[in-house]
Ligand binder design. Sequence first.
Ligand code: ADP
Ligand code: MG
Ligand code: ZN
Length: 632
Amino acid sequence: MPESQNKKRNPMIIYVAFALLIMVLIQVFVVPTLKNQVVKDVSYDQFMSMVDEKKVETVQLDSTKLEITFTSTNADGDTQYYKTGMWPNDTTLAEKLQESGAEFTSVIPQTTSPFTLFVISMLLPIVIFVGLGVWLNKKLREKMGEDPTMTFGGGGLSSSPFGKSGAKIVADTDINETFASVAGQDEAKETLSEIVDFLHDPSRYESIGAKLPKGALLVGPPGTGKTLLARAVAGEAKVPFFSMSGSEFVEMFVGRGAAKVRDLFKQANEKAPCIVFIDEIDTIGKRRDTTLQSNDEREQTLNQLLTEMDGFDNHKGIVVLGATNRPETLDPALLRPGRFDRRVPVELPDLAGREAILRLHANQVKMQNPIDFGVIARATPGASGADLANIINEAALRAVREGRKFVLQEDLMESVEVVIAGMQRKSSVLSPHEKKIVAYHEIGHALVAAKVNHKAPVTKITIVPRTSGALGYTMQVEDEENYLLSKNDIINRLKVLAGGRAAEEVVFGDVTTGAANDIERATQIARDMITRYGMSDEYGFVAFGEQQSKYLGGGTKINGSEETLRDIDLEVSKTINDALADARQILKENKFKLHELAAYLMKKETITGDEFMNILTRDEKQGEKIAQGVGA
Ligand code: ADP
Ligand code: MG
Ligand code: ZN
């Protein structure tokens, strides 16, 4: 992080340069003039002889000190000051002076004593040096907060108090978000509303002796509204909101993160009641381990956080909210009572939740009725709140592109596809033959889907290539949300996935790379069946899998002996290939419809689920005719 290094080095350079400049200026301009003003002590007879030589210009008698101060021009033409003692009862002095033409003045000339010169030329720069240093220190301290453990520039001036946390921590005092800005997530809101209540009136809880949790951890996949919820809590409670992301604490220099934590809580303590929000807390809150390659900085930061959470005074009403999508990596010390002891799951929205989120975000967009948000919600299982917000926005962008003033249902449907499969690729790169393969492939999926599963009808089939790389796709929308999948459901899903490849085999007698994604997904599903869901024919009710980071789709780590792993592989491939065989069988039985539908799709490029079902349920004979026309 060169930037943070600069930040620290710059003030030092400026400081040294500035002090040196001032010293040079003093030496060049001030000291020479002062030197001339320094008074030379001379003897009385020297004075008298100078008077005789008519060198004395002005004379001042100081009768109280019995001193004579006089000036004379030296060889350089500068005025030089002299001093001598007064000779008692020298009555001839005035006479002699008059004779020499010297001037008697009543003003004591400005002179500088050698001591003053010493002070100005030597001591003053030191004072300036130190003063400037102190001032700069103070400035930096104000700017960055305090951190006595920091060493300046990585060593040298370790006692220099230049170490600062470097963060400007400012509380957000007027948060617009409230619980009304968060659609769905009712359980999370319910848990958090207790915290809101506490922040409103901490004394009510205190008087009964109740201790409210100091911290709550919002846990869930990305984009589900964790950050939004944290802000909404502050908005509801109308308290200041201190927000920092875990990554902001972890810096190159050891100790800075800890200093920031200290700063954060110091500020919070001043502004209480308030909320301290630490986003992506897993960055600092990772389980401390004993491996060699440990991260000192992170551990120090975490330790400081733990200390602060133990230390702060909860009567004042400070609540620490954390958010993470990797709760399994968190250090257990963070989760024990008195710290983040409340866990608030913020899961992906269900059907009703998705519809609510869509409606909420649609409020900000002009729409032309009728809009059926239910269809969009059903078409987007697994979408997060952020995805849904994005879908609404994409729809609005599309409406603008098409020169409309309102968003239509079709904009929404199209933007669902954009979010799922990427933009349409306008420059068609498919040769007619490739297009034909893609059409059969997609109809293969759709036909198998229609035959095996009536709960998730096909809603759209398209062979317009997408920027994601998909050459076409078949969209199925479930009638209702499924929370449970039976083994049969899963096998049907495998058959549908195999349908594309099966169609290629049945029609062309050859296969293409187009099924790669289908195969990947099918393999994952089959593997999960065996290793996680206990649906293996051979092993049955046993789990071999260990899920990795649940919320980030980290996949499954499979454990087992070498032999077992081999068996699992065999069973996975058998399961999938059985599904493929079934799909092939279905397509063979419906070969005429396959040809008819593929021809129709090739002509139209995109067809709706209704068109598809109409053709599928039409009488067989018509299908035969069209199939011959295609000549496949
Ligand atoms: P997270 O912190 O969980 O990754 P965010 O809180 O940053 O997710 O959410 C990102 C965006 O998604 C929000 O700004 C909001 O527009 C939208 N969003 C997510 N969940 C919801 C929800 N439940 N209701 C409304 N909008 C949501
Ligand atoms: Mg977030
Ligand atoms: Zn496919």
